[in-house]
Ligand binder design. Structure first.
Ligand SMILES: C[S@@+](CC[C@H](N)C(=O)[O-])C[C@H]1O[C@@H](n2cnc3c(N)ncnc32)[C@H](O)[C@@H]1O
Length: 334
């Protein structure tokens, strides 16, 4: 494999969005102020935005305290984290020894080094805890896992320097996001099972009530002129949750493993929900790149696109003929 660009996700994470990043970024708003990612996981979309110099201010959050501590340690104590990881041997004995350690009794850098080591050497990069909150994933069968990636950790630390990192449930976003900001929500997905419609509690711990609360928050944010994007499974539940004039629902193709070993993969559609119009957003993105330098330096030139289109406000859409671009006649949306 060639040399991968840095910074990139430093953890393996269930539902990580590295593969879908192209499709999601094609659908981002043309302009936004602060970027928020309240279901952070491995942060695939944040790192991609950072690499492409498309993010200025960011607030990253998740409810998993060990995950957030790891981000904080890398941001503030990266040299210590690297130092600790470089002293860790790859062995089954050491894996179980460090797994037994209570993270609460460790310093922040020690907690982060433990988390990275367990994530990179444990079975399938799973994060799973028992009822007492103790990590219980077995040792993985990797020959030489790269749990110390010095170059990437340093780049991640650099990328996080001015980023606010919070351990908080997703619904606190309503107190933080301001008009013109962009929030990307990547919640645990609604399962693609036939009984999903009738299940209030999903096995991933994120139930129908949580999905409804998320949708309500998306409406509240839309009324406050905040751009939102949500990814979720292509299910009747998700389609009906977001069947509202506030939202545009779009399909994207994702490569999904069909068994836990990940050897066999199939293409499935997933949904991307936005509160701004995708056709116009992609057209304007093109215009933005081509003609930004010609725009006068006024408030109108820097205003959020949804405001320009009068959409997130619930105001009636203005009829406008889309400009002629290379993709004329196509939406560019797979
Ligand atoms: C699908 S993963 C996000 C994956 C991420 N986009 C990536 O690229 O790795 C969902 C994340 O939501 C977090 N989470 C679950 N319930 C939450 C809640 N109520 N509030 C905030 N975060 C939550 C989990 O800890 C997990 O990291």
């Amino acid at each position: 494999m060639g040399h991968l660009p840095v910074p990139r996700p430093f953890l393996k994470w269930a539902g990580g969005k590295t593969q879908l990043a192209d499709a999601l970024l094609e659908r981002k708003p043309v302009r936004f102020n602060t970027y928020h990612e309240p279901f952070l996981g491995s942060g695939a979309i944040f790192f991609r935005l950072y690499r492409e110099n498309q993010v200025r201010d960011a607030v990253l959050s998740d409810m998993n305290a060990e995950l957030i501590d790891t981000y904080l340690a890398i941001r503030d104590h990266v040299a210590e984290v690297i130092d600790l990881l470089s002293g860790f041997p790859h062995s089954k004995e050491f894996y179980y020894e460090i797994r037994r350690t209570d993270p609460q009794k460790l310093s922040l850098p020690e907690r982060a080094a433990r988390m990275i080591y367990l994530n990179k050497t444990g079975y399938n990069g799973l994060y799973r805890v028992n009822q007492k909150g103790q990590f219980n994933v077995p040792f993985g069968r990797y020959q030489s896992p790269k749990y110390l990636d010095r170059e990437n950790l340093l780049a991640v630390s650099q990328a996080l320097q001015n980023v606010e990192i919070l351990c908080t449930p997703f619904d606190t976003i309503v107190d933080r996001a301001k008009p013109g900001d962009w929030v990307y929500f990547d919640p645990p997905y609604v399962p693609i099972s036939e009984t999903a419609n009738f299940t209030a509690y999903y096995p991933n711990g994120f139930g129908l009530r949580d999905q409804e609360r998320l949708r309500d928050i998306c409406i509240a944010l839309s009324q406050n002129n905040v751009h939102i994007m949500v990814s979720n499974s292509d299910t009747a539940v998700v389609r009906s949750l977001y069947a509202s004039p506030y939202f545009t629902i779009d399909e994207v193709l994702a490569n999904r493993a069909i068994n836990c070993k990940g050897a066999r993969r199939i293409k499935v559609t997933e949904l991307v929900i936005t509160n701004y119009p995708l056709y116009r957003a992609t057209q304007l993105q093109f215009l933005d790149q081509e003609y930004r330098s010609y725009l006068p330096n006024t408030d109108a030139a820097t205003a959020p696109v949804s405001a320009a289109c009068g959409l997130a406000t619930g105001r009636p859409r203005q009829k406008r003929t889309p400009p002629q671009t290379r993709g004329e006649g196509k939406t560019d949306l797979a």
